[in-house]
Design a protein around this ligand. Structure first.
Ligand SMILES: Nc1ncnc2c1ncn2[C@@H]1O[C@H](COP(=O)(O)OP(=O)(O)OP(=O)(O)O)[C@@H](O)[C@H]1O
Ligand SMILES: [Mg+2]
Length: 309
């Protein structure tokens, strides 16, 4: 449904999207997971035809994004990170506005407005001005606006930021329902729990690049068993490193931010052996952490940084 090949976007000297390639199937929920500034919104904005790009090829539904943008537009819906609603207009009038942009008129437009208001549970607030809505209600209306023309491809840019748990669950359920209807969804988030829960495949993004791409299970396998961080005094770090490297279950060991980073096959056994080793060498461990196998750990493993500060 979506094919992206070598996409590059620069803002002046800043490379916001750096040779990004991936594809999304029909009915697939594809996650873009990355920290602030990773390039998620930029990528989504390009796919939604809102932003030009510098290099690469993109097709959506078989249409070339550069040459056939007018064909692509009816296929896609965008739920932007920044709310795009008119506060003084009612929910109904906001949806009417977006529906007309997509060429809906008359009874068809009215039907679709009623349907999406039902979908997001705002039918009884249809006549109220949007400025009287809560944050979560605005988010839901934002979602409804992206769905008014029944797009086959939906871009959701951090749709759960600033919403209450109830609206958040509500959005999750709708993503699942749209997926079941065959809609392809690109879902950006910096919450790994959302990516783990919703997405068929996840691309981990940082500094405009995809660092890893696969199912959540495939990404967790990149940790290959587990990672241990051990803190020691500075001289002790250097002294222990070669011994750690020779432990049978240790795949790799290095110094990272003043700690020993140890990648191990069987993390529990490796941990016991590490403790024995430090006792035997009289090089005491000052701190010890074992990475949980989750996407946050995968990100830390790939970048040395945390997903969220
Ligand atoms: N209009 C712009 N002009 C110049 N630089 C921009 C512009 N928009 C984004 N950038 C830069 O491009 C990079 C990617 O930004 P982008 O908004 O795509 O990140 P993001 O992954 O969506 O981050 P967030 O999680 O904060 O929403 C950042 O370095 C950002 O500063
Ligand atoms: Mg963003």
């Amino acid at each position: 449904m979506i094919e992206i090949n070598g996409l590059v976007k620069r803002y002046g000297d800043r490379l916001a999207v750096d040779h990004l390639s991936c594809s999304v199937r029909a009915g697939e929920v594809f996650g873009l997971l990355g920290p602030n500034g990773a390039g998620k919104t930029t990528t989504i904005s390009i796919l939604a035809t809102l932003l030009p790009f510098d290099e690469g090829e993109v097709t959506i539904g078989g249409y070339d994004l550069r040459r056939e943008a007018e064909r692509v537009k009816p296929l896609i819906g965008l739920v932007p990170q920044e709310l795009a609603l008119y506060p003084t207009l009612s929910a109904w009038d906001n949806l009417a506005f977006f529906g007309r942009i997509y060429g809906l008129r008359g009874s068809r437009l009215r039907e679709r407005i009623a349907a999406v208001l039902d979908l997001v549970g705002l039918r009884d607030r249809a006549g109220d001005a949007v400025r009287t809505f809560s944050g979560g209600m605005k988010r839901r209306l934002n979602l409804a606006a992206g769905l008014i023309h029944q797009p086959r491809v939906l871009f959701l840019d951090e749709p759960t930021v600033g919403v209450d748990p109830q609206s958040r669950n509500f959005i999750f359920e709708h993503v699942a329902r749209l997926k079941a209807e065959g809609v392809s969804i690109i879902y950006t988030t910096h919450y790994m729990e959302e990516a783990e829960r919703l997405c068929d495949r996840v691309a981990i993004m940082d500094a405009g690049r995809i660092l890893a791409l696969g199912t959540v299970k495939e990404l967790l396998d990149l940790l290959g068993g587990g990672v241990i961080y051990a803190g020691l005094d500075a001289e002790a770090l250097e002294a222990l490193l070669p011994h750690v490297r020779s432990l049978p279950r240790v795949k790799a060991a290095s110094l990272q931010d003043g700690r020993l980073k140890i990648e191990a096959h069987e993390v529990r056994t490796a941990l016991l052996e590490l403790i024995e080793l430090s006792n035997a060498q009289h090089l005491p461990l000052r701190s010890l952490a074992v990475l949980e196998p989750n996407l946050e750990s995968v990100f830390l493993h790939l970048t040395g940084k945390r997903l969220r500060d």
